[in-house]
Design a protein around this ligand. Structure first.
Ligand SMILES: [Zn+2]
Length: 351
């Protein structure tokens, strides 16, 4: 009889232990809020069970356009740590912090990352001298009244889409890890080792992608996306991204920008056109049909996909985007689509 009863007893003790561990872990979990889904994933990768993480802007959400609700303010007030991208990406965050009464620590994930400035990638729009505020009245994609007073963030000094570079993503992870260790010093060793393992994964993917993109023809490295979210990715792998819309989905592409882009596509040398998960596809569809440019698929720019989608985590998002872009470039290379068919002596009139 003892032989039967003993394992039963052990298992109930084990259950009780598990239960009490879970309760303790829950009581001690750090409450973290992130501005958008990519940061939430990064924090979860490093924190493991040490934190419970919520994101203000969810999966497939557009952080450029976000109107925090009273429940967002409550969520923030009840948290100990806020992680944001910075670089004016979250134009609404300052007001939310003030309104919420949040008294915790704020981490700016881009701190210390090597940044790309406004001018470095603005090469398709050679005449961007119109008053930026004019864009506000032209906004058709979004309800301008609903967002009245919303800080526009597309004219900051630096391109905010820094997470699109894996090496800079590693800087995000270091900043997140340091903040978590400050908040939970007793778990510092575990946090540091999870961060190191995660950064090693980011570095391994970066090395793999560098090798894959280096094999692409130098003349077949330009693609079109909806808005300018991939300059960091382009800088890492020697690709050119052109977009009819600026950095922010909040500013509308001008007719002139679109015409200039169509002209550039007609001259050849562009391998494919992509839509983004967070941006209305109509403009890209229009450009693709007017130019006959091959449609490459969906890229994830400023938000993760749903958990069952192709970009459920930061790492799989970068991998998915890279695969989509690589296959478009390879197809264009194989079909000869990148050869310049403009062999008259027009000079490049794009900048
Ligand atoms: Zn963006």
């Amino acid at each position: 009889m003892n032989l039967i009863r003993k394992p039963l007893l052990l298992s109930s003790v084990a259950t009780a232990l598990c239960f009490s561990n879970a309760m303790m872990a829950q009581a001690e979990q750090l409450k973290v809020v992130t501005s958008f889904s990519i940061l939430k994933d990064m924090v979860e990768q490093v924190a493991g069970d040490e934190a419970v993480v919520s994101s203000l802007v969810g999966r497939n959400g557009d952080t450029h356009f976000f109107s925090p609700s009273p429940s967002d303010a409550k969520l923030l007030k009840d948290s100990e740590l806020l992680v944001i991208n910075g670089l004016e990406f979250e134009g609404w965050i300052t007001r939310l912090i003030e309104a919420s009464g949040f008294e915790g620590m704020t981490v700016v994930a881009t701190d210390g990352a090597v940044l790309l400035s406004n001018e470095e990638h603005d090469d398709h729009d050679d005449n961007d001298d119109h008053d930026e505020d004019e864009h506000h009245g032209e906004d058709e994609h979004h309800d301008a009244d609903e967002h009245a007073g919303h800080d526009h963030h597309d004219h900051g000094e630096f391109d905010p889409h820094t997470w699109q570079s894996l090496s800079r993503g590693a800087v995000y992870v270091q900043n997140i890890s340091a903040a978590l260790q400050t908040a939970r010093p007793e778990a510092a060793d575990a946090l540091a080792s999870r961060a190191a393992a995660y950064i090693a994964d980011l570095n391994a993917l970066d090395t793999k992608l560098k090798a894959e993109f280096s094999a692409i023809d130098q003349h077949c490295r330009t693609i079109v996306t909806s808005h300018d979210a991939f300059q960091y990715f382009g800088a890492d792998y020697g690709l050119n991204f052109v977009a009819p819309q600026g950095w922010s989905t909040a500013s509308e592409a001008s007719a002139r920008d679109v015409a200039s882009l169509i002209e550039q596509i007609d001259e050849g040398g562009i391998a494919g056109i992509f839509v983004e998960n967070i941006v209305d596809a109509r403009l890209v569809d229009q450009i693709a049909s007017e130019t006959g440019l091959g449609f490459g698929g969906v890229l994830y720019s400023g938000a993760l996909s749903e958990t069952d989608g192709p970009a459920a985590t930061y790492l799989t998002m970068i991998e998915h985007n890279a695969e989509q872009i690589l296959s478009a470039l390879q197809a264009a290379e194989a079909s000869g689509a990148c050869e310049h068919h403009d062999d008259d002596d027009h000079d490049d009139d794009h900048g």
